[in-house]
Design a protein around this ligand. Structure first.
Ligand SMILES: C[S@@+](CC[C@H](N)C(=O)[O-])C[C@H]1O[C@@H](n2cnc3c(N)ncnc32)[C@H](O)[C@@H]1O
Length: 212
């Protein structure tokens, strides 16, 4: 596969730098990171080029794994930050009973919650809680609603577009997510405003609720 033939996300290109800025702040040096729904693999490559020592494990659903594997094979070795590694991607649907073994210091996912069915979101939270190390972080980037209200009219239009395409898709409610995460021991530590009306939600695992 050549670079031109690989899946490419313009949104990734726009948001990778603001995301990196926050990951530098949150992710400890030499962290083991599981990325859920890596898509084109651009985030995996970008973060591994800029986070020294990071061990980045990309993942995707089976049907989208080939393109991701193609990018990691082409770009996953050269130009990485000192000590950083990108592992060959693994198949992962968040509803799978079996997740990569971990433990991971962080689980990162970008723009996946509004694409996966609403019923899959609790699986994302539970799977993350299972594979995170003690004090591990779950970082979720994307658009969110608050009190069932969108943060911008454009997010409302996007939500409508998604729900028309598939009623199971849609922009998720941040408070609902927080309420579902807490019993799993994942507690919201930060909710950062990002460009283009997106957010980065940072949950941290604590001892209460572990093992669920
Ligand atoms: C809009 S793309 C985002 C891809 C990439 N993270 C990015 O920021 O460009 C949505 C991604 O969510 C993934 N996805 C949807 N449902 C999923 C599920 N049940 N489990 C894991 N990933 C899922 C899709 O395969 C797709 O790669």
């Amino acid at each position: 596969m050549t670079l031109d033939a690989l899946p490419f996300s313009p949104a990734c290109l726009r948001n990778q730098e603001p995301i990196l800025t926050l990951l530098r702040r949150w992710i400890p040096p030499a962290a083991r990171v599981l990325e859920v729904g890596s898509g084109s693999g651009q985030h995996a490559i970008h973060m591994a080029r800029h986070l020294p020592g990071v061990h980045w494990q990309p993942s995707e659903r089976n049907e989208s794994l080939a393109g991701l594997a193609g990018r990691i094979a082409l770009e996953g070795q050269a130009g990485l930050a000192p000590g950083a590694r990108v592992a060959p991607p693994v198949a992962l649907d968040v509803t799978d009973a079996q997740w990569p073994a971990g433990p991971f210091d962080a689980v990162f996912t970008a723009n996946t919650l509004h694409i996966m069915p609403a019923t899959a979101v609790p699986h994302l939270l539970a799977g993350s809680a299972r594979v995170l190390s003690a004090d591990g972080l779950l970082l979720i980037y994307g658009p969110f609603r608050y009190g069932e209200r969108h943060t911008a009219a454009s997010n409302g239009d996007f939500d409508l577009h998604l729900r028309q395409r598939d009623p199971a898709m849609g922009v998720r409610d941040a408070e609902t997510l927080q309420a579902e995460a807490a019993p799993l021991g994942l507690h919201l530590q930060a909710d950062a405003a990002m460009p283009a009306n997106n957010r980065l939600l940072v949950f941290q695992k604590s001892n209460e609720g572990r093992g669920q």
